[in-house]
Structure formats: structure tokens, C-alpha cells
Design a protein around this ligand. Structure first.
Ligand code: AMP
Length: 280
């Protein structure tokens, strides 16, 4: 595996790969890799000639008071994992490389899809860095996790509306054996919070069971989510929402495909999870 730290070097290398007729798969990450990230890399490996993984903790997608400084980092361990996963190139730029002094260009997706999301400014940071990575790494396919369902939707909208010549591939959520969605942020949880965090997946499963048993009223499903999460004393719900799975529009009556999305804080750690449920 080759490691690149500068935009020029990886862009030239990717251009060269394309000149040789090779397809490129890009997996953007913030590092501190786990099996969820590796599932994206494996999917890229199975579909593309060349797999590029980026590791960049992107400062502009963190809000004031969020965990940019404390975000877990371990580039050496990550690099070994990617090597073992058969990745061809790792792109790990510095903040100054991506955002030189005086940097001032941003990409923003607007509309219903972003208006209701609970971290203003976050998605602008994501769409900006992802656009830069697309222009730098020239992927044919780019891989994103269903774990960050809203993020994947915002990026798909951006790719469509800005005519990026590539396709987004979504990869299902990878979970720990007990059901907790894998996340780099799980390391922040103390043992007590770690066991309480199971309420995310449990509440999603309960909501799914209720819908499968015939419940169609989103207020009642929302109440069920809140009540289940509420059994965990340290859990603070940021949102527990039911959206149309393709448009993110609010739904009153469950019909077709809905996205049940959660963001829950345990102390200062914010965890997200989601589930798509389909009804006829
Ligand atoms: P992150 O490093 O957290 O920014 O995540 C990088 C990519 O990995 C994003 O596309 C995430 O959606 C994806 N990802 C993170 N956790 C998981 C997981 N548990 N299962 C599947 N994909 C994931």
C-alpha cells in the first residue's frame, strides 16, 4: 500500500491509474478504523481495480465545543489494517494541506434534506471535504456507510445536482455482537454507558416490531422510541425521528419505506443509529 500526504502526489497517482484504464474506488473516513470502515473498503475492493482510503479528521465539520481535538486518532494502526485489507493507497493529508491559510471555498446542499438536520454547519463541512476528495482522488465509485444515513443522502443529492461523474455506493451498518452500531466514538463510552448504549438498537428494533404488527402512527412510534431510550438513565435524546427514506420528508402515517433515525448523547458522546423499515 502506498501512503500519500500531499494532494499533488495522490492526484497525479490517481490520474496515472485512470490513464491505465483502472477504475478507482474511494472510501472517505476520519480514521480510528473499525469493522464498519473495513466493510466499505472490502466492498470497494470487490468492485474496483484500485482502492483509495482517505483518513482526515475534517475540522470544518465539527461545531464549536464538539470533539475535533479529542477525536481518536491512530494512523499507524489504521495503516496496518488497510494494508491487510488489500487497499492500494492511503491518503492522509494534514489540515493545512486541505485548508491552507486563507482557504475560502465551500460546498453547501440546501433544501428539505438539510434544513431539519440537527447539526447546522456540519453537513457543509462534510460536502466541502467530500467534494475536495472527489476532485483529488478521481473515483468512479465512492463508498459511504448507511450508519450515517442522512450524510449519504446529502452526498447523493450533491453528486446528482453538481454532476460529479461518479456513483455513490451505500454499505449496510456493521454492528458489534450485541447490536451497538460500530463507531470510532464508542471508545469514549465508560463501561456503564457502553451497556446503556444498547438502547439505540433496542429502540429501533421495538419500533420495527410495532410497525410490523400494524402500527402506522409516527407519533406513537416516536413515543415508543423515546420511552425505550428513556429506560437508560444517562441517555439524552438529540432526535428520534421517522422520515420518508428517500426524501427525508416528515411522515405522519407510515407507508412505503421509512427511515427511523436516532441521535442520543451519553455524557458528551453523541451516538447515531438508524433503521429502514418497509411496509406495503
Ligand atoms: P467516519 O470515519 O466515522 O467519518 O466514517 C467513515 C465512513 O464509514 C462513513 O461513510 C460512515 O458512514 C462509515 N461507517 C462508520 N461506521 C460504520 C458502521 N458501523 N457500519 C457501516 N459504515 C460505517
Amino acid at each position: 500500500m502506498q501512503t500519500f500526504n500531499t494532494i499533488n502526489d495522490i492526484q497525479n497517482w490517481c490520474r496515472d491509474q485512470k490513464r491505465q484504464g483502472k477504475s478507482i474506488g474511494l472510501v472517505p473516513t476520519m480514521g480510528y478504523l473499525h469493522a464498519g470502515h473495513l466493510a466499505l473498503a472490502a466492498e470497494a475492493r470487490s468492485r474496483c481495480d484500485i482502492v483509495v482510503v482517505s483518513i482526515f479528521v475534517n475540522p470544518i465539520q465539527f461545531g464549536v465545543g464538539e470533539d475535533f481535538e479529542d477525536y481518536p486518532r491512530d494512523l499507524r494502526r489504521d495503516s496496518n489494517l488497510l494494508e491487510q485489507a488489500g487497499v492500494d493507497a492511503l491518503f492522509a493529508p494534514s489540515v493545512r494541506e486541505m485548508y491552507p491559510v486563507g482557504y475560502g471555498s465551500y460546498v453547501e446542499v440546501t433544501g428539505e434534506i438539510t434544513e431539519k438536520l440537527s447539526r447546522p454547519g456540519h453537513f457543509r463541512g462534510v460536502t466541502t471535504v467530500v467534494s475536495k476528495l472527489f476532485n483529488i482522488c478521481l473515483p468512479d465509485l465512492a463508498f459511504f456507510g448507511q450508519k450515517d444515513a442522512q450524510q449519504a443522502m446529502v452526498i447523493e443529492k450533491m453528486v446528482k445536482e453538481l454532476n460529479f461523474p461518479l456513483q455513490i455506493i451505500r454499505v449496510p451498518i456493521i454492528r458489534e455482537a450485541d447490536g451497538l452500531a460500530m463507531s470510532s466514538r464508542n471508545v469514549y463510552l465508560n463501561p456503564d454507558q457502553r451497556s446503556q448504549a444498547l438502547v439505540l438498537n433496542q429502540s429501533l428494533q421495538k419500533a420495527r416490531e410495532a410497525i410490523m404488527a400494524g402500527e402506522r402512527d409516527t407519533d406513537r412510534v416516536r413515543n415508543l422510541l423515546q420511552a425505550t431510550i428513556g429506560t437508560s438513565p444517562e441517555a439524552n435524546v438529540d432526535y428520534a425521528e421517522i422520515y420518508d427514506a428517500t426524501t427525508l420528508a416528515d411522515v405522519k402515517e407510515i407507508d412505503g419505506s421509512v427511515l427511523i433515525a436516532l441521535a442520543v448523547r451519553f455524557g458528551t458522546t453523541r451516538l447515531i443509529d438508524n433503521l429502514i423499515v418497509e411496509v406495503q
